[in-house]
Each structure stands twice: as C-alpha cells, then as structure tokens.
Design a protein around this ligand. Structure first.
Ligand SMILES: Nc1nc2c(ncn2[C@@H]2O[C@H](COP(=O)(O)OP(=O)(O)OP(=O)(O)O)[C@@H](O)[C@H]2O)c(=O)[nH]1
Ligand SMILES: [Mg+2]
Length: 359
C-alpha cells in the first residue's frame, strides 16, 4: 500500500519497509502513533508479523490492510485480526482497509465482502486507493479523530476534595448483567471476574476532574434481584444520571428492560440523564443482541446508548465522560434558564421602579 505522507508518495514497492520504518520511528517516540499492518506479499510480511506483535501494546491505532485485487490477502486476515485483538490495547482504534480500489477490472473482493468482514470483527472499514488518492484523507482523519476522542474521554481521578459539585449516579438492570464489574472498573480501573452478587445496595465515591472542576461522584450500585426492587426504587430520587444495563450475550436481560426504564421515568428526576448500556461486548461469540438492536431500544426509550466491556475496558472511559458531560450540560442549561428568569424578574422590577432605578 502506498501512503501519502509529508515525505512524499510511497509506492507499492516500498510497502514492506513501511511497517518497520514506522515501528522504528515509534521506538524513539514517547507516544507512538499508528501501527500499519500490511496483508499482502505474504512471504516477506510473515517475517514482520512477530515484529509487529511487539509493537501492538503501544499503538493508539492499527490499520489492517488487504488488497482488493488479491484473494490471498484476505485468507490470513483472521490471523492478523486475532493478533490485533490479543496484543493491542483494547482501546486502540482499529480500521480495516481494502486497498487498490482504483483497479476496478482486477477486483476480486467486493465492497460488500469487505463490509462483512468488518462487521464480524466490529471495526470500521474503508476502501482506499493511494494511487488515485481515494479516501486516504478520510481514512487518516477518521483514525486521528477517533484516537483524539479516546484520549479526550479519560477523566483524571483525584483525591477527595471539599468540592460542592456532587453528582448522584445509579446503576440498574437485571442480576448478572455486570453492573458491579462496570462500577468496579470505573472506580478502581480493574476487572474482577468473581464479584459476589450485590446484596441490596453498594455505595462508591470517586472524585474526578472535569473542565477545571472537581466533581464528587456518588455512585449507587443496585442489586438486580427481584426482592430488592423496592429498595432500588427508593434510590432514584435526586439522581442526576441513571445507567441501565443489559448483557449482550443474554436475550433475557432485555426482556424486562421496559420495567426498569418505566421505574427510571416514573421515579427519577425528569432531567436525569439515562444511558442504556450493552455490557460484555468482548464476548462476541456468545452475542445474542446486536448493536443495532441495542440502538433501537435506546431510541424507543429516548436514552443514550453505548456498548461496553468492563472485562476488556472498552468504552468505559467514554461511558463516564458521556454521563458527566451530559449532566453538566443540563445543569448549565438549567443555570442559564434560572439566570434568565432572575434577569427578567429584575427587569420587571426595573419597570416597576422606573423613577430612581438603581439596578
Ligand atoms: N465477558 C464479560 N463478562 C463480564 C463482564 N462484566 C461482567 N462480567 C461477568 O458477569 C458476571 C456478573 O457480574 P456482576 O458485576 O456481579 O453482575 P451484577 O449485574 O452486578 O449482578 P447483581 O449484583 O446480582 O445484580 C460476573 O461473572 C462477571 O465476571 C464483561 O464486560 N465481559
Ligand atoms: Mg452487583
């Protein structure tokens, strides 16, 4: 694959060296950027495969490339994609690329086939041609903006503080969907595989920095057991945000979502931010609920939506960031409305006191 870079156009013959050039440059860089995997010209590339494996851990983004004119180039794609999954950071941005899309007459792999592969591995997909400069800018723009977004979502945890800003959050959903493991990941940044089923309610407090402010988060982790339902119901009041969780590997976990969401609507503040979470998205082989189905449910109930994995730490930062920024946004909106009401009232007052007005 050729890539347009500041140093000029790189053509097909240089492709074998690009990866090592890139990886060499990452060696000297404190924050390595992107790792590019080429899946053509297999003989030479196989040698690089083990070299690549040692760089995955540091990469913020990985491009996995095949050649749309060469069927062989997708035969061992599975191996590369498995390597990426096993060796790279779960938060690294991955993009599948079908290169040489200018060579229409020699095409052996259709766009639809490329899309199918990308859907199986749940990564974005682009067809590009470096020769005719097709989609190259878009590809790099997508990669870089996704990498920046992921960095942006990281909220710094800080020591307890006497801040006045306190958000109450509550997490609900059927038993075993992974509520406690999500909260554990959010608060302690670790995954515990053997968490005991929650008895009644657990409380966690963390402090995070958000837009130059410290926010105290009071997080209530509820039990999904039927017998604790009325206890959970008594905790919605005053909550700024509610996480409603289901398990993407368990169809039963969405069956009674309606009940949970009705409780949230009836018992929490009308302005409470609601996020529907499809947990355990690492467990692709046992998936029973697709992303599209999750999105549809979220639309139906007017909630935000994210698929996460507390096990492999996928989208957990984004989850907390989204919740806090939405609560913050609403708070700001409410404050502006209050300020406007105050202003209007003072204008009324001003009208009343036309003579000798001092306001
Ligand atoms: N594969 C996978 N398993 C997970 C994930 N999150 C949680 N689990 C597993 O799901 C099981 C239930 O997790 P919990 O966090 O205890 O579930 P809960 O919703 O708090 O359950 P209750 O407290 O009984 O309401 C545990 O065995 C976890 O290891 C995940 O992201 N991926
Ligand atoms: Mg629990």
């Amino acid at each position: 694959m050729g890539i347009s870079t500041h140093s000029g156009e790189l053509n097909h013959s240089t492709q074998l060296t690009i990866m090592s050039r890139l990886t060499e440059s990452t060696l000297n860089s404190p924050t390595p950027d992107l790792l590019i995997l080429f899946n053509s010209d297999i003989g030479g590339i196989e040698k690089h495969r083990s070299l690549a494996q040692s760089y995955y851990g540091e990469a913020h983004g990985v491009f996995i490339v095949y050649d749309i004119t060469d069927l062989n180039s997708i035969y061992n794609l599975d191996g590369w994609l498995k390597d990426v999954e096993n060796f790279s950071d779960t938060n690294a941005v991955k993009i599948l690329i079908g290169n040489k899309c200018d060579k229409k007459t020699n095409r052996k792999i259709s766009i639809e086939e490329g899309q199918e592969i990308s859907e199986v591995y749940e990564i974005p997909f682009f067809e590009v041609s470096s020769k005719s400069n097709l989609n190259i800018d878009k590809l790099f723009y997508t990669m870089i903006s996704e990498c920046i977004k992921k960095e942006h979502y990281k909220l710094r945890r800080v020591d307890p503080d006497t801040t006045n800003k306190k958000y109450k959050l509550i997490i609900v959903g059927r038993s075993n969907v992974g509520k406690s493991t999500i909260i554990h990941r959010l608060c302690k940044d670790v995954y515990r595989d053997t968490i005991k089923s929650t008895i009644g309610m657990d409380f966690h407090e963390i402090f995070v920095r958000f837009r130059n402010e410290t926010i105290r988060l009071n997080i209530w982790d509820t039990s999904g057991a039927e017998k604790y339902l009325s206890l959970t119901q008594s905790y919605y009041r005053g909550a700024h945000g509610v996480f409603i969780v289901y398990d993407i590997t368990d169809l039963n976990s969405i069956l009674n979502l309606d009940g949970w969401i009705k409780d949230v609507d009836n018992l929490s503040d009308p302005n409470a931010v609601k996020i529907l979470i499809g947990n355990k998205c690492d467990n692709k082989t046992n998936r029973e609920i697709s992303i599209k189905e999750g999105q549809k449910i979220a639309e139906q109930y007017s909630t935000l939506f994210l698929e996460v994995s507390s096990k492999t730490n996928v989208n957990i930062d984004q989850l907390l960031y989204t919740m806090i920024s939405k609560v913050h946004e609403l708070e700001l909106g409410a404050k502006q409305t209050t300020d406007m009401i105050k202003l209007n009232n003072s204008e009324d007052l001003c009208e009343d006191k036309k003579d000798g007005c001092w306001c």
